[in-house]
Design a protein around this ligand. Structure first.
Ligand code: RFL
Ligand code: PHB
Length: 410
């Protein structure tokens, strides 16, 4: 078998890459070791940066997002019994974020790829990537019916998340991993109840951090800081609601409760593996980097990587290796900005087990600075809504004719 780009992983990075390549007239195959239903139901991110929304619009993928996504012009920071609004629109000259669940992003991407005749193989096993240092790398996999396939490619994109196989295919001596684990985790619930707030609430509390997010007019998404080794069985629904109510407590405000639809615990880490390219293998998204979710950056970084990768592969396949050569350094600049912002939000808002009194006093001082100084608030707003601006520009390429279903080259 032969294709131009072999893509490992049908998460947001792999699916969006295959769509952006198709807009440029480039063939790809996506192989995924989970089922379509599993990929579409996996509860994860919820916040899209300004530039991610623009990218999806320009790529013709925003019909449902524009109908059902919820635009937010700010967030609340809560600490010391006070709730402060950080007004992104005012601070950044009109930039916003949009609450639109990753599940919906993935559903739309899969539907669009299949509608356009794109190849996605779900439920594969034994994925391999080989001959990466040649210009004919090979993607191997066994399809659900047990048949073994070897696909000869021009390039391979490792979009297979943190636990995938592609990062490990880069020789260890060529990789630098920079990593930090945090001594806490998030217990997240999805609840069938109208959100109790108009904007997300990030709450600093002596009992630990809490976040109130949402998924729609009648569905809330809430998170509690817990210990990383906390058995989920110790958190029956009533205990979760009680703890959330304490951490968001504010006179005159009430947390609405409802049936819990889903519950899970996520560890938190910062992780960057560099470089993001080895020969004809290009890593994108969680395969190369992980941030703690407090800055809402993981999905946006995955999009930013493939927004750089699609034109770089287009150039490479047409004889210009320049942008592909710059791919890793270009992406890592943004990755490190987001790694810093996510670490900053995380350490400002969470309680470190065993921390001394100094930690809480410093956090409270920093929070008050952000809440009262326009300069400090602007820095948070600029990073949260997305910095730097995504490079993605709608531009026509003279090389290829317009792809079916769209006039644009991204
Ligand atoms: P994914 O989504 O992990 O997709 C990788 C895919 O690769 C498949 N795979 C393989 N396929 C074939 N062969 C193999 N050997 C394979 N090994 C793995 C996997 O099954 C999977 O389908 O990575 P991708 O595409 O890079 O996307 C990254 C995002 O999913 C992630 O960064 C975000 O969800 C992080 N995140 C958030 N990001 C945001 O931008 N905003 C948020 O508000 C936000 N909140 C969150 C989050 C992540 C969370 N968790 C659960 C980690 C909240 C939480 C709680
Ligand atoms: C979410 O809605 O899942 C969400 C929102 C903001 C974050 C992390 C997760 O910082």
């Amino acid at each position: 078998m032969r294709t131009q780009v072999g893509i490992v992983g049908a998460g947001p990075a792999g699916l969006l890459l295959s769509h952006l390549l198709a807009l440029r007239g480039i063939d790809s195959i996506v192989v995924e070791d989970r089922s379509r239903a599993y990929c579409e139901a996996r509860q994860r991110a919820g916040v899209l940066e300004h530039g991610s929304v623009r990218l999806l619009r320009e790529a013709g993928l925003a019909a449902r997002l524009d109908q059902e996504g919820i635009e937010h012009g700010g967030i609340y920071l809560q600490f010391a019994g006070e709730r402060h609004h950080i007004d992104f629109r005012d601070l950044t000259g009109g930039r916003t974020v949009t609450v639109w669940a990753q599940t919906e992003v993935v559903k739309d991407l899969i539907a669009e790829r299949l509608r356009a005749g794109g190849a996605i193989e779900f439920d594969v096993t034994d994925t391999t990537v080989e001959h990466l240092e040649t210009d004919r790398p090979v993607l191997g996999y066994t399809s659900a019916d047990g048949t073994r396939h070897e696909v000869i490619c021009d390039a391979i994109a490792g979009c297979d998340g943190f636990h995938g196989i592609c990062r490990e295919a880069i020789p260890a001596r060529l990789r630098t991993v920079t990593e930090r684990e945090y001594p806490y985790a998030w217990l997240g619930i999805l609840a069938d109840v109208r959100p109790s707030t108009d904007e997300l609430i990030y709450s600093h509390h002596e009992r630990g951090f809490a976040l109130h997010s949402l998924r729609g007019p009648t569905v809330s998404r809430l998170y509690l800081q817990v210990r990383p080794d906390e058995p989920i069985g110790e958190w029956p629904d009533e205990r979760v609601w009680d703890e959330l109510a304490r951490r968001f407590e504010l006179p005159g405000w009430e947390l609405k409760t409802g049936p819990v639809l889903e519950k899970g615990i996520t560890p938190m880490r910062s992780f960057v593996s560099a470089p993001m390219r080895h020969g004809r293998l290009f890593l994108a998204g969680d395969a190369a980097h992980i941030v703690p979710p407090t800055g809402a950056k993981g999905l946006n970084l995955a999009f930013a990587d493939v927004a750089v990768l699609a034109p770089a592969l287009d150039a490479l396949l047409h004889g210009d290796p320049g942008p592909a050569g710059a791919y890793s350094a270009t992406c890592l600049d943004r990755v490190w900005r987001c790694t810093h912002f996510s670490w900053w939000m995380t350490t400002m808002l969470h309680r470190t087990p065993g921390a001394d009194a100094m930690e809480a006093r410093l956090q409270l001082s920093q929070l008050r600075y952000v809440a009262t100084s326009r300069a400090a608030a602007t820095s948070l707003a600029e990073n949260y809504t997305g910095y730097p601006e995504l490079p993605a520009k709608v531009s026509r390429s003279a090389r290829t004719s317009p792809a079916p279903g769209g006039n644009f080259k991204i």
